[in-house]
Structures are given as structure tokens and as C-alpha cells.
Write a new protein. Sequence first.
Length: 276
Amino acid sequence: MKTILVAIDFSKNADHALEYAFIFSEKLETSVYLIWVDNDISDETVLDTIKGDLRIEKKEYLKKLTQKYKARVSGGKFKVLLRKGKVYQEVTKAARQIEADMIFAGTHGVSGYEQHWIGSNAYRIVTQAPCPVFTIRSGYQFNGSINKILLPLDSSLETKQKLPFVADLALKFNAEVHLLKVYNTPIGVIRKRIDKFGEEAVTCLKNRNVKFVLESIEVQNVAASIIDYSTNNNIDLIAIMTDQGTTTANKFLGPYSQQLINNSKIPVVSVRAKEH
């Protein structure tokens, strides 16, 4: 893990996400890139000098951010990227160009309205990004470290793909991984598959000397139950998969991941599944 990309839109959510990203940057000793996407499609004329002045002010603000944070990057470089176009497209394009290992974006969830663009684009960034995406709400108070990571296990083949990434994070932060088998069906074949994935996950974490606990819950609403578990167990980070599934077995894909991103007060890292 060498490079972090942070989406900036001059909102409190974005500032909060940037501070959160530096927890990871300082622990992992990464380079940090900030990206601002100018998504104003109108042409600048005499009549819209206000928009031109606003762009200038935003660029000045980015200079201040550079002065504030550059000294905190000890393991790499700090750079600001300026792009123009559709936000999610430019963020994901930049992530590929700099070979980002992680993207950080603030989000306001489902409550309230935020005129800045990260909140409305966060889910599109998540679904199209080439690397894991961390989303964090501005109201979440982090303590400067990651102590507990929740890794839910469902019956999809993709569910185990979170393991290597989560294991790496856990080792860097000396964090405890909570493997959570989530059952929401009485079908024995599916339940056995979840059990099998749980056994394989345990073996993986043991082999890598990662601290973990293994638990299981019976649920009706998958996303709500994961959020409840996270709150009750003081989880610092929830790891999920994000690709849209085509079978009923893919319980954390599609709308479930969106529910978690929108409703979780705890930061969520979304890992995109690889093709089998």
C-alpha cells in the first residue's frame, strides 16, 4: 500500500475524510494525492465572473491544504490533482493513473442535504473505483487508530476477497478482525457454504497471525443487523464487497452495500470483487 487518493469538494465532510485518510497514510507511510474535480459545465463569460472567482478561491484553499498537510507525509509525496468533468469518472480515472491503493471520500449518508459533490457521488465512486474506497460521515469521531475491523461473510464467492486487504490492514494497525457469519435463510446448502467460508477465513487469518474473533448472527435485514453489530461491538471499520450480484446468494452486493454506505455511522471500506 503506497498511494492514497482523497476526494476534496470544500465541504466539512471532505475535510473530515482527509483527516481520517491521514490515519492510514501515517501508519502505512504512503503518498497522498488530493483531487478536486471542477464539474461546472458552463462557459465562463462576463456574466459568470462569480464562478471564475470561486474557482480561484478554491485553488487558493487547496494551496492552504498543501501547506497544512504536506509535512505530515513522511513516507512519500503530497500532491494536488485538478480535473474537470464528471466527478466519479475523473476520480476513478485519476486513481488508475496514479495506481492508488485506496480512495477516501466523505459522505453525508441519507440524512440531510449537502450541496457539495462528494455526498452525491460517493456511491458511484465506490462502484467504479479500481481499488478499495473508504467512505466516512462527518459526524463520526475517530480516535487516531483502527482497533476492530468487521468482516461480514455471506454465501457469495466474492465474500472472501476482502480477506487479504483486511488482513494487511489488521497487521499494520495491530487490529482485531471480527469475522461475522450472517445467516438470513433456512436453506441448508447456503448455510453450509457460509460455514465453509468461515473456516477458510479462520485458516487464512491464523496463517497470517492476525487477531480475530468468529461470531454468527441470524438476521432478517442484513444491512441493519451489520450496523447494529458494529455499534454494539465498538467496530472501527466495516469491510464489504460492492459489485452487483446476479443471484440471491449475493447478500452484501448491490443494494446491501448501498444501504451500509448510506446508513452506517461507522466508516465503510468497499472492496470491488474480481471476476472468477
